[in-house]
Design a protein around this ligand. Structure first.
Ligand code: C5P
Length: 233
């Protein structure tokens, strides 16, 4: 069965709030993203809690370490039943190859984070990177594709390039802001339908859903907007 394009980011501080959010939005999402906020506090029990509810877990730990450490971490995630896992493409070819080689079966889907959607060119300059965001994403996607990872996390501004360079890879776009919602710390943003039209397989939505008075209605509105826009790969 095809998965819903909506991934809900569970960036809430407690397991109770996370479970409530899953239950409220379960009709509209199949994959839930667990990041460091919940994972540092609860560890594998938060992953199991979601799997128990027949949902898939996107473990967003953005691994960036030496190849051996990342390889072992991918093994652990795989044994834990994680569906998607992120790692920083900036970790380089050896790290990415070690991660890809650590998978036993198809899972977890390894997603390479390119340039964070909260960053702009001036932030890259500060890091000594003179490329534009777009150029930097292209370079990192090429690297990740050659190393054998399964997909990429990028902003809406680069998703077309990702599709072109790595057409068989999964493209995941965070930084999603429905029309009525303010951007907060996100810079390179798009509405749900814009992101899907530009080629995203999945969109990641956090605050617009979990701070909404009705997470269920907001999730429903996002899915309706995507369906009305008429395109999901
Ligand atoms: O609340 P908001 O919708 O901005 O949440 C976006 C989520 O996507 C956060 O959990 C954040 O960690 C994640 N993310 C991101 N940019 C990336 C990768 C992941 O915003 N490049």
């Amino acid at each position: 069965m095809e998965k819903s394009p909506l991934i809900v980011a569970l960036d809430v501080p407690t397991i109770e709030e996370a479970v409530k959010l899953v239950e409220e939005t379960e009709e509209y999402a199949d994959i839930y993203k667990v990041g460091p906020i919940l994972f540092i506090k609860y560890g594998p029990s938060i992953v199991q809690e979601i799997i128990k509810r027949k949902k898939d877990v996107f473990l967003d730990l953005k691994l960036h370490d030496i190849p051996n450490t990342v390889k072992e971490a991918v093994r652990q995630a795989s044994e834990m039943g994680v569906y998607m896992l992120t790692l920083h493409t900036l970790g380089g070819t050896e790290m990415l190859k070690a991660a890809a080689g650590a998978k036993r079966g198809k899972l977890p889907i390894l997603l390479g984070v390119t340039v964070l959607t909260s960053m702009r060119e001036k932030d890259l300059r500060e890091l000594g990177i003179s490329a534009t965001c777009r150029e930097q994403v292209k370079r990192l996607v090429q690297l990740g594709k050659e190393a054998g990872i399964d997909g990429f996390v990028c902003s809406v501004e680069e998703v077309e390039e990702v599709r072109r360079i790595a057409p068989s890879c999964v493209a995941v776009v965070p930084g999603i802001r429905p029309e009525s919602f303010h951007k907060q710390d996100q810079k390179r943003t798009a509405t749900p339908s814009e992101a899907i039209k530009m080629g995203a397989d999945f969109i990641v939505v956090g605050r617009p859903i979990y701070t909404s008075p009705s997470p269920k209605e907001t999730a429903k509105a996002i899915i309706n907007e995507i369906e009305n826009a008429g395109k999901h790969r």
